[in-house]
Design a protein around this ligand. Sequence first.
Ligand code: HEC
Length: 133
Amino acid sequence: MKRLISLYYFTLLVLFGCSGSQQNPPGFEENSPDHGLEIVEGVHMETGLADDPDLPLIITNCTACHSAILITQNRASREGWKEMIDWMQETQNLWDLGENEEIILGYLEKNYSPDKRQTRRRNLEHIEWYNLD
Ligand code: HEC
């Protein structure tokens, strides 16, 4: 009887233990609709860039040489961003962005113009205030 029980547990182990160990690593989602771009509260986790339909284009063209922090910590008007791109093209070998330039400028203007404060932390919620009187 004891042997039967251990055989039973062994079978269970084989059936569930092994299939369990073949699970994908955490965070990996096959056929995920966002193609592996992990977005939390509107921010792409890996780069810190604001989520947007054009995000893949930005990642491809704007994070190849340097960290996206240069972008996320900057604020500029569309013209200001255009100047930075021109400067990188003239002095830092940034390639011709072709028709993508308009799309990239649109993204930068929308998410990183001077009035955008996306680096500010979120409001605190559920705070227990000390009563000071
Ligand atoms: C070919 C390489 C390359 C690519 C691609 C590139 N950059 Fe840069 N960028 C640089 C270099 C080099 C610097 C200077 C870095 C430094 O000062 O450490 C820089 C600096 C910057 C800065 C800081 C400018 C400043 O005045 O402080 C910003 C913002 C920036 N890049 C945005 C972008 C954006 C947006 C894109 C996508 C259109 C992009 N970069 C693509 C090379 C590149």
